[in-house]
Design a protein around this ligand. Structure first.
Ligand SMILES: Cc1cc2nc3c(=O)[nH]c(=O)nc-3n(C[C@H](O)[C@H](O)[C@H](O)COP(=O)(O)OP(=O)(O)OC[C@H]3O[C@@H](n4cnc5c(N)ncnc54)[C@H](O)[C@@H]3O)c2cc1C
Length: 641
């Protein structure tokens, strides 16, 4: 192999000068290394650059742009890779094997990345041990990165919003998710990590999918029993069942096109032509309620097939009709439950992370993502903990809620504003221990108001004064029907979720703090009395369950309870506005218009979680983790997930 080596003269010196003048953008340690030590840069006849840093045992190669294929290769000190990347940002392949690099240079092909053990090149800090942070951390560790997950909450809270509450008397509650949808996304995540999800938790199908009560006492079981479903739907509307089947066919089409193309972001022509043709008659972008009104005469049928829009932070009045895919997921593919509770999913991911060498720092809130450089694109260099400790990293993956992180963790010079973005609702969650088992409830039961428009206006703060209305929809999870381990026999562990408006970030409400009504009004800045929402929601829920579902004596059967109000969600997980489903998924915050995985101006800063792409819900966050890990590896190491 033939080298043309120049020492501090000619083109190499010019290159060195240019490089040092940009040292702030490549990081202080690399800059210092080059300032303090002699180094050489040479041009290789095949168009590759050689960089040697004397005394540091660091050496690297990089293909010049005109060679068509870019890569960087280092041996010895892995930081030299960053130097090469700052010289040529499009370098994507990194190896620590000198032989590997030399042979690749000599034949002009890309290098198979070499990862693992002590030689792992890339340090990654993940902010947050939610499902998104854990899945991303595990994928990156599997690919050979050195990963540290930093979480503000304690070890028993691993999994973030996938959490549980244990209460006296043997009651256990999932505090967040209770519907396991798209089980394949869970299986795929574990399989990609070399594990089988069945070894950690069993996903059991729940039947019936839902029971629905209307506030006039009418009820419907959304089950697999077609004969029974026909009888119930035809009672609500002439040919109700046939119309329902036709609707589900179009929902299925939305799912088959929407999931791969807009959520997984892998172009899959499949049924696209059929989708495009169908769109001429049923636009997937018109509002969901409008489409349902054309298909169904019965307001109850419309309500049955649109309450799920809440999961994506929308109401049927502003959700694009493409979200009928949610009904295809639930009513065709089914709803599942992880036996033992959702916390097992977070725990399992934590176990896999540890097996792959991921390090955890619990009770360690991050106070800052540090960046270096000024103007234009800057680089993230790690994080600063609230304790003042600095953790350096080549890449930072932020799993903490994106709008919160932009505002609270990033320097003002690079942070984006999400002040005027649209947020999902919050929820008031009641965890109720009942000393009776209630046959009126299914595992999943939904209580719907017949004052449909007002109930959604209530949840989204559109009633006068932003108040919570008198009629609202709510959801009850009573998992003892599927998983007897949640409570003693003859008892019930019931989680109730009442959607309510999100709250201002500076709201300081507290439950039962003894403040008078006038003191609360002052404290609320004249806004609605949100503390009173909790009392009213509880009363309304018990009244409705007793009246519509015939659960007489339910209120008196409650022997223990806990409440999470919007401000508890906000403070526990740093969720901006207490919006439990993150940024909503309206057309202007959907697919490519939703914040993507990579920060637009901070190199090496990535986002994974409910408020970034593809969106909210555990399956989507798992899909997002796969995409983020793949992107991080492509940029920093050229590896594969
Ligand atoms: C009540 C409720 C019901 C739901 N129901 C369902 C359902 O049935 N099915 C479903 O699929 N999804 C459901 N979801 C949505 C689902 O829970 C979320 O989409 C998902 O859990 C989000 O995961 P994540 O990793 O993005 O965020 P999170 O779980 O919020 O994880 C982020 C982590 O970052 C940590 N963090 C924040 N700030 C910092 C900081 N400064 N320093 C260090 N750590 C920090 C947080 O403590 C948290 O652990 C529900 C959510 C809620 C709240």
């Amino acid at each position: 192999m033939k080298w043309l080596l120049r020492r501090r003269s000619g083109p190499a010196a010019a290159l060195r000068h240019e490089h040092l003048s940009r040292s702030s953008s490549m990081g202080e340690s690399e800059g210092a290394m080059l300032r303090d030590r002699p180094w050489w840069c040479s041009r290789f006849v095949r168009g590759a650059l050689l960089l040697t840093v004397s005394g540091s045992n660091a050496q690297g190669f990089m293909m010049a742009p005109n060679a068509g294929s870019f890569f960087a290769a280092t041996s010895g000190l892995h930081r030299a890779a960053s130097v090469l990347k700052s010289l040529q940002p499009s370098a994507t392949r990194i190896t620590e094997s000198r032989e590997n690099a030399l042979s690749a240079v000599s034949v002009g092909k890309e290098i198979d990345p070499v990862y693992g053990g002590e030689k792992a090149a890339t340090e990654v800090v993940v902010v947050g041990a939610g499902v998104g942070g854990l899945a991303t951390a595990a994928r990156l560790a599997k690919a050979g990165c050195r990963v540290t997950v930093v979480e503000k909450n304690s070890e028993e809270d691993i999994g973030g919003r996938l959490n549980e509450l244990l209460m006296e008397g043997g009651f256990r509650f999932d505090t967040g998710p209770s519907l396991l949808l798209l089980p394949e996304t869970y299986r795929e995540t574990f399989a990609a990590l070399g594990r089988d999800s069945d070894d950690f938790f069993e996903m059991r199908r729940v039947s019936p999918t839902y029971k629905v009560y209307f506030d006039d006492g009418e009820s419907v079981d959304l089950s697999d029993d077609e004969g029974e479903l026909r009888r119930q739907m035809d009672r609500l509307e002439d040919d109700g069942f046939d119309k329902y089947k036709a609707y589900l066919d179009s929902a299925q089409l939305n799912l088959e096109v929407g999931l791969p193309n807009f959520i997984e972001e892998k172009f899959t022509p499949g049924r696209l032509p059929e989708f495009a043709l169908g769109a001429l008659f049923n636009s997937p972008l018109e509002n969901h309620y409008g489409q349902l009104r054309r298909r169904f005469d019965s307001p109850k049928m419309r309500a049955l097939l649109s309450f799920q829009d809440l999961y994506v932070g929308l109401s049927p009045y502003n959700a694009p009709a493409v979200f009928s895919l949610l009904q295809a997921i639930e009513l065709r593919d089914g709803v599942y439950y992880p036996m033992g509770g959702f916390a097992r999913v977070g725990e399992a991911l934590g176990t896999v992370c540890r097996d792959l060498g991921v390090k955890f720092r619990f009770d360690s809130p991050v106070s800052e993502v540090s960046v270096v450089g000024e103007g234009g694109r800057v680089n993230s260099k790690g994080v600063v903990l609230a304790s003042g400790e600095v953790l350096e990293a080549d890449a930072v993956v932020c799993n903490a809620d994106l709008p919160y992180a932009e505002e609270a963790l990033l320097p003002a010079s690079v942070s984006r504003s999400f002040e005027n973005s649209e947020y999902s609702t919050s929820v008031i969650a009641f965890y109720l221990c009942s000393n009776r088992r209630w046959p009126q409830l299914s595992h999943h039961t939904v209580f719907l108001s017949t004052d449909w428009k007002a109930s959604w206006d209530s949840a989204f703060g559109k009633l006068p004064g932003g108040e919570l209305g008198e009629s609202f929809n709510f959801y009850a999870a009573a998992p003892a029907r599927t998983d007897p381990s949640v409570c003693p026999e003859e008892s019930d562990a019931i989680m109730i979720l009442v959607p309510c408006p999100s709250i201002p970030d500076d709201y300081t409400g507290e439950i039962d703090d003894g403040a008078s009504a006038s003191a609360r009004a002052t404290r609320n800045g004249g806004g609605p009395d949100r503390e009173d929402w909790v009392r009213r929601a509880r009363e309304g829920v018990i009244r409705e369950m007793e009246a519509s579902a015939g659960m007489e004596g339910f209120g008196d059967s409650i022997v223990g309870e806990e409440v999470y109000a919007p401000w508890n969600w906000r403070d526990r997980y740093n969720l901006r506005r207490g919006a439990v489903f993150g940024l909503s998924h309206g057309l202007n915050q959907l697919s490519l218009l939703r914040p993507g995985p990579q920060h637009p101006t901070v190199n090496g800063l990535w986002f994974c979680g409910a408020s970034s792409r593809p969106g909210n819900g555990v399956p989507l966050v798992l899909i997002g983790a796969k995409q983020v890990a793949a992107n991080v590896l492509k940029v920093v190491e050229g590896g594969n997930t």
